[in-house]
Design a protein around this ligand. Sequence first.
Ligand code: NOJ
Length: 572
Amino acid sequence: MAAFETDFRKAVVYQVYVKSFCDSDGDGLGDLPGITSKLDYLKHLGIDYLWLTPFYPSPQRDNGYDVSDYCAVDPAYGTMADFEELVAQARDRGIGIMLDMVLCHTSAKHEWFRRALMGEKRFQDYYILRDGRGSSGPGDPGEPPTNWQCAFGGSAWEWVPRLGKWYLHLHDRSQPDLNWENPEVRDALVDVVRFWKDKGVSGFRFDVVNLISKPAVFEDDTTGQGRRLFADGPHVHEFLKELVDRAGIDGMMTVGEMAATNLKNCVRYTNPAEHELGQVFTFHHLKVDYKDGQKWALQDPDIAKLREVFRLWQEGMQAGGGCNALFWCNHDQPRAITRFGGREGVGQTGGSWEKVGKMLALCTHLMQGVPYIFQGEEIGTTNAGFTSIDQFRDVETLNNYNILLGQGKTPAEALHIVNERSRDNGRTPMQWTGEKNAGFSTGTPWIGLPGNYDRVNVEAEMDKPGSLWSFYRELIRLRKEHAVISQGSVRFVDAGSAAPKVIAYERAYEGVRLLVLCSFDGAPCRATCEDTVFRWERGQVLIGNYDTPQVNAAGESVDLRPYEAVALIERA
Ligand code: NOJ
């Protein structure tokens, strides 16, 4: 059995979207044996932990984030024996398995909710049921109890005629929120986490976990706070501490997904002295291309804003002793390589596609925190480029497509917007080869693939000198080798007015310094970095996406080419 990386600062996590990773039985869905068959691939890439998205029984209204049985495997994905085999095989390779815990809500098909609907008071207290506003009495729904909107569009309340009550669902109406105020609910959820811990998993990712504690009084959102109104609620830290303590997972590899959160709370979630979580996923850096903060309104990424968000979260978490999860992509995000450039020369070494992919990777992998790679990111998977709304599967996308039409957009305009923003961009099958269905499945995949998989695939990238894949492998290796990456302090640097789209930061550890420059500019620019303390005369290239960086004499500036990224390290 190989040893696990227990120093999380040196670890890299790889996220597998189970439904789309590898289909072992030709039914068009990825499955657990498929993942096991790819462990050697993952080991070769160098990752330490594997986060698996939910594979529990589910009606799949929200692709498994609507769980109907927390302690079982959906037959579509395999059996419990398959899961145990995966854990054992991963452990043999020194890879830890992390599971996705969806504990903020259940599926409406979960036994608890079904029994609540059947009238069992005990289970009604597992959920959040309220009378309608202005209701004249039983049978009259009145209005929803508040004007809160759910994450996927529309009211966050659903009327249940047979109970004469509304229930709260912060996501789809098939995902009723659990009532964490009820100690019996918390007990039951501790049992769920323990169940999987006892199966030998090494860590957990907690879905939208900062939404578990609802406000004491339910009031309308009159100030446009949106999700802030119910994020990081009054008992959230208390509930998390209790869960972590009672499930016995303190110090394990854990990460919480935080919706609309803030720095102060995230410091608390992740400072080890608080005994809550290891890292947090936050999303402010992935909203810099939302026009007026609206996901379904397009604008080019605002790089000044991106830099400010990274600075705030890197320096702020450092000051508070917290820890960031570092990521660009996951199953809820369009592909970053498409989002930040790289539409040209897809699949061609040397084109902007490859440069952008490497620049993005370098930018986050050399920061303070724990890097997460989402399946396919290491080969430069692009957005799907679907041509018809029928090709989309995601509930959020389909709801918002209709909302856009309702707002007067033409079908072509609405399709263009969902093509840029849909979560399905991150859910297309893993591209293993240039063969049929990219080698993902011998059957018909549950969702289509980007048309470029003949050029963008593992076979074309793996172990190729200069490839994006090789660059990822090198970044993973460097984090293990250099304490300045895994443990160094971080400070953001002003790249200067001639480099408005450059993100620059320094790392330092025991006399070793690193200067990182990442250009999000498709045109050349000059970075001056006047406030850096980096000693240019000692600088050598640690890693970069062009052959030789153009450092001007005496190190007064660096001329960066389109999407250039370079890390310079001081050598004595
Ligand atoms: C976040 C998950 O990543 C997303 O896929 C899901 O729809 C929501 N949480 C609700 O569980």
